[in-house]
Design a protein around this ligand. Sequence first.
Ligand SMILES: [Cu+2]
Length: 147
Amino acid sequence: MRGWVPWVISLVGMVFLGACQAARGPRIVVEDPWARSSPMVTEMGAIYLTLRNTGSEEDALIGVETGACEKAEIHETYQKEGGSMGMRPVEGGRVPLPPGETVVFGPGGLHIMCMGKKVDFQEGTRFSLTLRFEKYDPITVDVEVRK
Ligand SMILES: [Cu+2]
């Protein structure tokens, strides 16, 4: 029976540690990462996803990396003077993720811009994307190209 004791202690420890982590700090969940299909001749591609901060502290998305592109940037869509739409890197290179909130990256809004595509953004193609945050550990997701 003695073998159980350290096991129980470590289990209690893990639960306690888990509770502490849940109680403070951000907790980021990435949902539905996808990229829009585009012809290979187009140098740029757009990647979309949803970020949820289910923790209790603010965090921010501060970087994106993928081997599928020479460079990836966090972009926002904005209305230019005269009414046409443009896009630009987000201010300060960061997207705030307040606790309890959901931030949607989608067509016509925030997006991850893939510059210099290295893979064909053809329906069904998959590639990995790593998201970096101010506080939370980096998260790598599988992005699927869709129509
Ligand atoms: Cu863009």
